[in-house]
Structures are given as C-alpha cells and as structure tokens.
Design a protein around this ligand. Structure first.
Ligand code: TUI
Length: 315
C-alpha cells in the first residue's frame, strides 16, 4: 500500500488511462477487479451514455473505479453532474481546468485528480482542491502538452504536496520504476491497456498498435492549439499537409471531427484517428488486464531490486 492506494482504496498504484471511445465499462471494470484503478472515458459522449457505462461498471465490480471528464466536450457540464449523481468515487479530468466543477465534486466526497501538462497548472489544481494530479508527458497518445514525462514528473513532484501519478511512455516495469524514481506515487497507463483482451476497441486498431514501431506516431494539430499524438496514416498525412498550407482551425477541426470514433468503433484505421502513445513499439502481446497488472508489479519489483544491487556493488 502507498498513499495513493490508501486514498483511493485500490491495491496497486496503476491507473488505466482514459481513452475516449475506447475506455468503457468493460476495460475499466477489468482493471479495477485486477487491483488497479479502471477509468471510464466520457470523451465527447453524451451524459446518457456515461450513466449507462457507470451502471454497467458497477454491475461488474464492487471495487473503486473512476470517470474521466474531457473538458473540451460539449457535454462536459452534464457529464460532470452525472458523475456526481451516480456516486463515482474518483474523477480525473483532461484538456482543461475543472475549477467550476470542484465544489460539486468535493461536496460529494469524491477524489478529484486532474491531468496536468505543466508545473503551473499542477499548482493551480492543488490550490483549487485537487487530491492528486496525473502529470502527463507528451509521449502519451491523444491531446498532449509540451513536456516529456522525464522532465515533467520530477518538476511537478517537487512543486506540489499532493501525490503525483506519472503518465506518458509507461508500459512495463522499467517505465513504472523510473516514474517512481522521478517522484511519482503511481502510474497511469493507456496504450498497453488498449490491447487488453477486455478492451472493446476495434480489432483493426489493436492490430495497428501491436504492429507499431518506436517512430510510428506523429503529432497533428499544433497549429490549432490542440496537439494530438496518433499513429501515422492517411488522416495524419492530410492533416499535416493542410496545416503546412495554412488551413484555418475550422477546416482542420472539420477534418478531425469524428475521426476517433471512425477508427476506434468502425475500424477505419486509415482515415480515422489512431491515437496512441510513443511506447506502442514496446507493446507486442495481448493479455488480460489482470495479466498486465501482475506483470507490471512483478517487473517493478525485479528491476528495482536489480538496480539497487547493481548500484551498491558498482558505485
Ligand atoms: O486530455 C488528454 N488527452 C486526450 S483528450 C482527447 S479527446 C479530444 N477531443 C477533441 C480535441 C482534443 C482532444 C484525447 N486525448 N490528456 C490530458 C491533458 N490535459 N493533456 C493536456 C491537458 C491539459 C491542458 C491544459 C490540462 C489542463 C490544461 O489547463 C489549461 C487551463 O485552462 O488551465
């Protein structure tokens, strides 16, 4: 047990990253059942969809799970209310400042854990009453900030007094151990859980992630102020070409609209957005959520012991 496990009532300090149109009750319940924190991604979905997913998750597990509120969603206000009404214990947020929902969530005794891309935003969240933060480096898939996990995590950990969870580029025990050494109290893992057996994302998406190499992701949308990392395909090529030609934010957002749904649900991995982290190249096998979590914990202990031994004997 450590502070984040005590705070949330979970066994292992492993969060399953919220992936819009991908992280539904099926993967969230499986991760929570395995001792981590499963998280349902509200993404851009309407509040009714979320309410059903929360109820389905409760049918499958009596362990704590979370919901991620994507603050750019047109449904964010309704989604924020549903999360509170349904008695969800943990809420994470992405792509903005959750300040206006803080009072509601804290009044329901929920733990609020914003995802942050910088020290300044982490400090603002702590001041606003956040219980912990997820410091997410730009190795992550999806909407990202500027800093890498390696530089972001120790700077955030040094700047706030609440627990820091590291995200971005972590998929095995080595990354897990490294994150803990940087000052994190836990990790959030997205891409590896995307290929989990319980994850219902389209098979074509899983296959694409499993085949990816270290250099297969690219960032689009820097010119729109919403940079997004995903696997290279026809969509990213057209998007980058249009950005180079100076397309307007409106034109670019039209190209991106519905693109994640197209790949994650419909399986169109050429014209859809195949969001993925840079660590995809390390992910080569399908496992259950339970196997992933057990392997992460085993490797964390092994590499930590190995390195302590190496350092004490050689330095
Ligand atoms: O949110 C994410 N990753 C995401 S969200 C998403 S869905 C999407 N749909 C349409 C457009 C864009 C995305 C796919 N991936 N990660 C967490 C994250 N949060 N990354 C960066 C931030 C962030 C940025 C600014 C958090 C806070 C913030 O604060 C700004 C402020 O107003 O203080």
């Amino acid at each position: 047990m450590n502070s984040i496990c005590d705070m949330l009532g979970i066994k292992y300090p492993i969060f399953q990253g919220a992936m819009a149109w991908i992280s539904n009750h099926a993967i969230a319940a499986a991760v929570s059942e395995a001792g981590g924190l499963g998280i349902i991604a509200a993404g851009n979905a309407p509040a009714d969809w979320l309410r059903k997913e929360i109820r389905a998750c409760k049918e499958k597990t009596d362990k704590p799970f979370g919901v991620n509120v994507m603050l750019l969603s047109p449904y964010a206000d309704e989604v924020a209310r549903v999360v509170a009404e349904e008695g969800v214990k943990v809420v994470t947020t992405g792509a903005g400042n959750p300040g206006k929902y803080m009072e509601l969530w804290k009044s329901k005794d929920m733990k609020v854990i914003p995802v942050v891309p910088s020290v300044a935003i982490a400090k603002r969240m702590e001041k606003g009453g956040a219980d912990a933060v997820v410091a997410e480096g730009c190795e992550s898939g999806g909407h990202i900030g500027e800093l890498t996990t390696m530089v972001l995590v120790p700077q955030v950990a040094g700047a706030v007094n609440i627990p820091v969870i590291a995200a971005g580029g972590i998929a095995d025990g080595r990354g897990f151990a490294a994150a803990m050494m940087l000052g994190a109290k836990g990790v959030q893992i997205g891409t590896r859980f995307l290929v989990a057996e319980e994850c219902t994302v389209h098979e074509a998406y899983k296959e694409r992630v499993l085949k990816a190499t270290d250099i297969d992701t690219v960032v689009t949308g820097r010119s729109t102020g919403h940079p997004v990392r995903g696997l290279k395909n026809q969509l990213t090529r057209s998007f980058l070409q249009k950005e180079k030609e100076g397309a307007t934010v409106d034109e670019l957002e039209k190209l991106g609209a519905g693109a994640l749904y197209k790949s994650a649900i419909e399986g169109d991995i050429m014209n859809g957005s195949v969001m993925s982290g840079q660590i995809a190249g390390l992910i080569t096998k399908r496992q259950s959520a339970e196997e992933i979590i057990q392997e992460l914990m085993k490797e964390l202990k092994e590499v930590t012991a190995e390195k302590v031994q190496y350092i004490t004997q050689n330095m």
